[in-house]
Design a protein around this ligand. Structure first.
Ligand code: IMP
Ligand code: MG
Length: 433
């Protein structure tokens, strides 16, 4: 079986957690390949709401192996907390048994968090992501596989701590790193994770050769990609398809399906322009009904109409083989649904995303309008999804206006929908047939 890539097509928070959790039923491995605990996935299992930042969403499937891949930056304390919480609710410690950490992945240390806390420009999650990737690119980072080697290396310790404190000083931070805390941290990381650190790329490659199904789980979204996103208001990693196999340590030939996840509208957290942003009662409707608050930072997400310029950009970069549309139910109760099909920039109509933040900020959306569909209670949406899947009637069970809306999005983006989400529950997803 080949690998399937699941990616956010917008500015993150498209509902990857729920989809990976669902698709993991057919997989034996779920691997993250970039980012770190800036991500936040919510998985709803009946009454239980689970929030993860590092653990791949496939953890809820006991037979699934989990990989934190080469391209990631990992805060070992956050991971420990997630594992402790998981163990408290399930009794399972998956470390070294079915959870593996790449020896090539980089470690987020307190220093990186101190540096990130100084950010006022980007609106980062403050988790140390950017500074850790900066050290990686500067070739001074610390990887999980390096810890055993630097333990007890006083020269490394002194040089590193001195460098970190000089950087903190130069950046105007009052935080400092001590030799003792650094030595203790390394010792703790070593003791806590030795059993789970390994060559995870090789594990995935072997699994694929044995015909197993691997899911490569993206974090953030295409518009937060360091190269292809709305720079500089982006995250510090390549969030796109091109990095899915690379960041997991396998070759791109393994990948067959690439699912792009998109909300039926759009949201963004953090700074940076968002042309279809709504500061009115429709935006409020989306935020309230859609519970649009960041899983990681709790910040309210900015909401707006579906932006086809953004989506066509995401499609060009990623070549999605299917779209997973999420949160369609949230649009219920709006009389009119708008889709942004182009921008007006300095008096000219454009259909491609500009490369600079200031140009994007000057873009005014050009909309088409479609009729809306009624608001329904979540229980009715869920019942509709269960019936649609059981009867194999797919989205034909949806209100006609909703079907037309989906068909329009498919036509504009040029990719078919493979599933449509109509509520937070694991089963509130309609498979398109
Ligand atoms: P960083 O990734 O913490 O450096 O933050 C950079 C930008 O990406 C900020 O605008 C964040 O709000 C945004 N961001 C990072 N991770 C996520 C995510 O998982 N979902 C949505 N936005 C994110
Ligand atoms: Mg999220």
């Amino acid at each position: 079986m080949p690998a399937t890539v699941i990616l956010g097509a917008q500015w993150g928070d498209e509902g990857k957690g729920k989809l990976v959790d669902r698709m993991a039923e057919q997989a034996t491995w779920v691997a993250r390949f970039q980012g770190g605990n800036n991500a936040g996935h919510t998985v709803v299992l009946g009454e239980q709401v689970l929030k993860f930042h590092l653990l791949p969403s496939g953890i809820t499937r006991k037979e699934c192996h989990l990989v934190l891949g080469d391209g990631m930056v990992i805060d070992p304390w956050v991971l420990d907390k997630e594992l402790t919480d998981w163990q408290a609710s399930t009794g399972e410690d998956p470390r070294g048994d079915r959870l593996f950490i790449s020896e090539r992945s980089h470690i987020i240390l307190p220093y990186h968090r101190y540096m990130d806390s100084l950010d006022t420009k980007i609106g980062t999650t403050g988790r140390g992501i950017g500074p850790t990737y900066a050290d990686k690119i500067n070739r001074i980072g610390l990887r999980f596989g390096d810890v055993a080697e630097v333990l007890g290396d006083d020269v490394w310790l002194t040089t590193t701590v001195d460098r970190m404190n000089a950087s903190l000083d130069a950046a105007g931070s009052s935080d400092r790193v001590s030799m003792e805390s650094m030595a203790n941290d390394l010792q703790w990381i070593h003791e806590t994770y030795t059993s789970s650190i390994g060559n995870t790329g090789l594990m995935l490659d072997n699994a694929l050769k044995l015909g197993e199904h691997v899911i490569l789980e993206g974090a953030q979204g295409c518009l937060l990609d360091i190269d292809q996103g709305t720079y500089p208001f982006v995250t510090s990693s390549v969030t796109s398809r091109g990095n899915a196999s690379h960041g997991a340590g396998i070759h791109p030939g393994h990948v067959e399906d690439v699912v792009g996840i998109t909300k039926a509208y759009i949201t963004r957290v953090g700074h940076g322009a968002m042309p279809t942003e709504l500061n009115d009662e429709v935006g409020e409707h989306m935020g309230t009904i859609g519970h649009e608050f960041g899983t990681t930072t709790g910040r309210p997400r900015r909401c707006g109409w579906f932006d086809a310029v953004v989506m066509r950009h995401a499609q060009r970069i990623n070549g999605f083989t299917g779209l997973a549309l999420t949160k369609l139910d949230v649009l219920g109760g709006l009389d009119e649904l708008k889709i942004c099909v182009a921008y007006e920039l300095d008096g000219k109509e454009i259909t491609e995303l500009p490369s600079t933040a200031s140009a994007i900020a000057r873009c005014k959306p050009i909309y088409i309008s479609m009729p809306g569909f009624p608001e329904l209670p979540l229980s009715e949406w869920l019942a509709m999804a269960l019936y649609a899947n059981e009867s194999r009637k797919g989205i034909s069970v949806l209100p006609t206006a909703a079907q037309h809306y989906i068909a329009k999005l498919e036509a504009i983006v040029g990719v078919p929908c493979t599933s449509v989400g109509v509520g937070p529950d694991r089963d509130a997803t309609i498979d398109c047939v």
